[in-house]
Design a protein around this ligand. Structure first.
Ligand code: ATP
Ligand code: MG
Length: 452
């Protein structure tokens, strides 16, 4: 039942009559008729005021569809119970409280021009999700070395991946899982063969006999770990080198020689036992100084680590999610291996209780690249901040209206549009500059905590 009451005022009875006539005829144009509330002005006034009282006992039946025509605002709100804060709705001023874990898939993309607040918004999300889910794990891939301060402040582990790094993680690390009971040489064989394909294979492929030799060596080097009941340190690539080298077969020695540079030579960064806490629930890989020679082994080890974490984490505790963030994701999209990994991650992670986030500058890259396009179309959560040139692409992709596009064109730092499932919400999320959090997450030169 609906009652529409209108209160209006005039300075003289004549003016009031004129206003009333004007209103009556305007309503008549829409086939509506207003009734004057003679001798009931006070009741009508109280009914029209926004304090929820109905003093006029007259109402009509209307269908929901017709009632929507009476609502003058087109604003959407997202307030998911248990969600986290993503800013204030730029139209209504209400809080936006979203929960990525409740969407069809929790993958996210953050897109905007440089300096508009992509990394800031992601860092704020990381802080909140980190505190929100004490069992969840977080893995960050940081190509610009800008997450370390935040990671250290949260008690996480920052690992520099480069030829001269002092932080090491061993790609042959294996964690025994009694539920699956797969021996380490079986669990690791596929990864090791693909890695060696890249490192020492001719045209990217090992010969069939090489594979057998490597498989046999892999079995040998994991024997002490199995014999110790999984308490001894895991073998390294150096152990694989030594096992191949001590064989009497000429080909095994040749393979060892090819591996030499990665185990004893200048590219031995991945041939050490792990000296960082890989069980820490927040791990950040800084790949800023990764050179071309080390890139294949580094990327494969890193992606293998992420994959293992996602799988084992789900097995350990179904309620503890894995959150993975790839900043400057276009760096990874350039390389076929990591781009394949991202493609399958965005499609599979949902089933493993994992949430992937990609951050990138230019959306045009996405439309031209099929993998990148698949990432966008498999992301139910998208944060769009200031855009200068990719507006037509966004219009095509998400059907943004002209005012929404204009809002993005003129958006200042920390303002933009969030797409959560089917909702599109303009938002503003400014972190005050004088807070400790701001100093941990800013990328403006001279503003960060350590630089003071
Ligand atoms: N939400 C925000 N609140 C307050 N300041 C912000 C916000 N977002 C961005 N800024 C300001 O803008 C600067 C740049 O932000 P940010 O590092 O997130 O940019 P970006 O989009 O990741 O850029 P790039 O693509 O170059 O990495 C920050 O250091 C901060 O000073
Ligand atoms: Mg950034």
């Amino acid at each position: 039942m609906v009652l529409l009451s209108v209160a209006f005022f005039a300075d003289t009875p004549d003016e009031l009559r004129q206003e009333t006539d004007a209103l009556q005829s305007a309503a008549a144009n829409f086939n509506c008729r207003f009734t004057e509330m003679r001798f009931q002005q006070e009741n009508c006034f109280n009914t029209a005021m926004p304090y929820g009282l109905r003093r006029v006992e007259s109402s009509h039946m209307m269908l929901t569809r017709s009632v929507t025509a009476l609502v003058p605002f087109v604003a959407q709100e997202v307030q998911s119970p248990q969600g986290i804060f993503y800013g204030r709705n730029a139209i209504t001023g209400n809080l936006i409280v979203g929960d990525r874990t409740k969407l069809i898939n929790g993958n996210a993309m953050v897109i905007a021009t440089s300096g508009s607040g992509k990394s800031m918004s992601v860092k704020m999300e990381i802080i909140m999700e980190f505190l929100r889910w004490p069992n969840a794990r977080f893995i960050l891939v940081d190509p610009e070395n800008e997450y370390e301060l935040l990671v250290k402040a949260l008690g996480g582990e920052a690992i520099k991946v480069s030829v001269d790094s002092r932080t090491h993680f061993n790609p042959l690390d294996y964690h025994y899982d009694p539920k699956t009971d797969v021996p380490p040489d079986v669990a690791k064989i596929e990864f090791v063969l693909s890695m060696l394909d890249k490192l020492i294979g001719e045209n990217g492929h090992l010969l069939p006999e090489d594979r057998s030799l490597i498989a046999a060596s892999l079995k040998n080097i994991y024997k002490p770990l199995i014999a110790s009941g999984y308490t001894a340190p895991c073998p390294t690539l150096g152990d694989l080198y030594r096992d191949l080298n001590k064989s009497n077969l000429r080909r095994a020695k040749q393979l060892a020689l090819m591996l030499d540079v990665f185990t004893n030579g200048s590219l031995q960064a991945f041939s050490h036992t792990t000296n960082v806490d890989m069980n820490n629930r927040l791990i950040c890989f800084n790949i800023q100084s990764l050179g071309d020679q080390l890139r294949p082994i580094a990327m494969m080890s890193l992606l293998e680590f992420i994959n293992m974490q996602v799988m084992t984490n789900r097995r350990k505790d179904a309620t503890a999610a894995t959150w993975i963030y790839f900043d400057e994701i276009h760096v990874l999209l350039k390389d076929p291996m990591s781009s394949n990994f991202l493609y399958s991650s965005w499609k599979r992670f949902r089933k493993y209780n994992a949430y992937a986030t990609g951050i990138s500058q230019d959306i045009q890259d996405y439309l031209d690249n099929p993998v990148a396009y698949a990432l966008l179309s498999n992301s139910e959560f998208v944060i769009m901040l200031r855009q200068s040139k990719s507006l037509e692409a966004l219009e095509r992709l998400y059907g943004l209206s002209k005012p929404q596009l204009e809002f993005l064109r003129n958006a200042s730092e920390g303002r933009g549009i969030i797409k959560m499932g089917n909702s599109m919400i303009p938002f503003s999320n400014l972190e005050p500059k004088d807070t400790a959090v701001y100093k941990l997450i800013t990328t403006k030169p001279g503003e960060a905590t350590a630089e003071k």
